[in-house]
Design a protein around this ligand. Structure first.
Ligand code: MN
Length: 260
């Protein structure tokens, strides 16, 4: 079992080290992650500049590779041959904040796992639901242990490779976590606010600010189950088709002389 570990917070982020350390008991781990923070960068394919990869050492001396590309670039680079040994599984994280609901489209953590699915390799994203105003170093121990557990379940069961797992872990001690639930994607409530200021030359600039997002705490959804103290495991695929609208839309009058 050869596992690629990546993240969107940068190769030196403590969540990545916790994850890589945990997964090294399950197989061989190779780390290829961005050289800086790409949080909320979405699904990126860098096409208009070259990408560099260089060896680095993590805080405990673990060898790793870093790249100036996005998380999804790191996965593509690895799968396309920068990492020579074939990769069986890509695990991304551990992100310090939850990735639930519509977050999955913004998240570099999740889009790294999406890139694995595109490359025909199993992918899994792991995020920790750390409190918004947490001070000091985060404790990734429980989330790392959960990640190892979920990887084991993934290896012992079958799942098509075009399905990736989005795992979110509550910020609790391992013993306090209520269990693991397979949840559907839920709904975030974003509280973005436009902040307009002026630069020294009097020209306006903008920040997308506001408070941290909340969500709809419905049971059976990622956000709801996470709020209730459970690990949420959501199977995702990249088919964004609104299937329930297909028949309805096909009933519209699509006859048009212009395109016949
Ligand atoms: Mn992040």
């Amino acid at each position: 079992m050869h596992i690629l570990v990546t993240n969107d917070d940068g190769v030196q982020a403590p969540g990545l080290l916790a994850l890589a350390t945990e997964l090294s008991s399950l197989g061989e781990v190779t780390i290829l992650a961005p050289d800086r923070n790409w949080s909320a960068s979405g699904h990126v394919k860098t096409m208009h500049r070259p990408l560099r990869v260089k060896p680095v050492l993590l805080a405990d001396g673990t060898p790793a590779l870093s790249s100036d590309g996005a998380p999804s670039d790191c996965v593509a680079l690895a799968l396309l041959g920068v990492v020579e040994k074939p990769i069986d599984l890509v695990v991304s994280g551990i992100n310090p904040n939850a990735n639930v609901g519509h977050d999955v489209t913004y998240s570099g953590t999740v889009t790294a796992a999406m890139e694995a699915a595109i490359g025909g390799v199993r992918g899994m994203a792991v995020s920790l639901d750390a409190p918004e105003h947490h001070k000091g170093a985060l404790d990734y121990a429980a989330a790392a242990r959960v990640a190892g557990f979920v990887v084991n379940r993934l290896l012992q069961n079958t799942l098509p490779v075009n399905v990736l797992l989005n795992v979110n872990v509550p910020y609790l001690k391992y013993e306090e976590i209520k269990g693991i639930r397979v949840s559907r994607q839920g709904l975030r409530i974003y509280r973005d606010a436009l902040i307009r200021r002026e630069d020294p030359r009097g020209r306006p600039y903008y920040w997308i600010g506001g408070e941290a997002p909340t969500g709809v705490p419905r049971e059976g959804t990622d956000f709801g189950d996470l709020q209730a103290g459970y690990v949420s495991v959501t199977p995702l695929h990249l088919d964004l088709t609104a299937h329930e609208q297909m028949a309805h839309m096909q009933s519209w009058d699509w006859s048009a002389d212009e395109i016949r």
